[in-house]
Design a protein around this ligand. Structure first.
Ligand SMILES: [Zn+2]
Ligand SMILES: [Zn+2]
Length: 267
């Protein structure tokens, strides 16, 4: 007997029930709160080429179109997307001037517009319903640049305990928690710890940034990271000083290499 018979789900009743549900409970965009119609997805039409189809369940078309993915040409080291959309990937001037302790950094999208708003809603308004779509985008970025054979350990950039208590969660952890478990990738939230909270880095010079972040992180059990291929995860790559300092501490503790994944990249 054919297995197809068991797997067959009639498309028409499924579409009808989804349409009916959309009329009773119209979906609301998790970013701008607008009610919207996502029936196009049941018709198999894509509304945006830049975002995965699964985000249509969470974001309206306007917000989806406002999210810009990072794309080549970008810096081979820090992943900075160059303004010119022509030419090959190469090392940026910042990476030539400053020592990078990580091997490479990559991001899902540019930190502006709807993606920036989504991250702000999650972090500052504690809108944790955004975890599912945003962690889905982080997962997609992971499989775009890495896989389970290239990474041993996922490490979220830690928050200081005071900040963690205020916020109630670490957004970097939320971005990977669900799928790391599903994919069977080891997640380590304990080894790397933050000793003190630091001032925002954006207004500081390069030298001030280094001084500001120096000594902010330490290792609790360095034997856990010895020889490990580590992917450090954060929500935003702004100046790179934070992830670079984490990478320095992890490398000093014996990590084989440290790569960086962030959801967004400031440009
Ligand atoms: Zn929206
Ligand atoms: Zn660079």
């Amino acid at each position: 007997m054919s297995c197809d018979k068991h797997n067959y789900i009639p498309a028409f009743p499924q579409r009808l029930s989804r349409t009916f549900l959309n009329i009773i409970f119209p979906p609301r965009c998790l970013i701008c709160s607008a009610y919207y119609d996502f029936r196009q997805v049941s018709n198999g039409k894509r509304t945006s080429d830049s975002l995965s189809d699964f985000t249509i369940q969470y974001f309206c078309e306007t917000c989806r179109k406002d999210i810009i993915r990072t794309a080549s040409p970008f810096c081979t080291k820090c992943g900075f997307p160059f303004v010119s959309r022509e030419g090959e990937n190469h090392t940026c001037s910042e990476c030539l001037l400053e020592k990078r302790y990580f091997r490479m950094a990559r991001s899902f999208g540019v930190y502006q517009g709807a993606l920036m708003e989504a991250i702000h809603h999650l972090k500052y308004k504690k809108k944790t319903s955004l975890c599912r779509p945003l962690s889905g985008l982080a997962r997609e970025t992971f499989f775009q640049f890495w896989d389970m054979s290239t990474i041993d350990l996922l490490v979220p950039v830690p928050l200081h305990v005071k900040r963690l208590r205020e916020r109630g969660f670490n957004q970097a952890h939320l971005l990977i928690r669900r799928w790391a478990k599903q994919e069977g990738i080891t997640l380590d939230c304990l080894t790397l710890s933050r000793n003190r909270h630091t001032k925002p880095q954006t207004t500081l010079s390069r030298a001030e940034r280094r001084k500001n972040i120096k000594g902010a992180f330490s290792l609790r059990h360095s034997e856990k990271i010895k020889g490990q291929k580590i992917l450090l995860v954060d929500d935003v790559y702004t100046t790179g000083a934070t992830v670079n300092e984490c990478a320095r501490v992890l490398k000093k503790g014996g990590a084989e290499f440290v790569d960086i994944l962030t959801l967004a990249r400031a440009v």
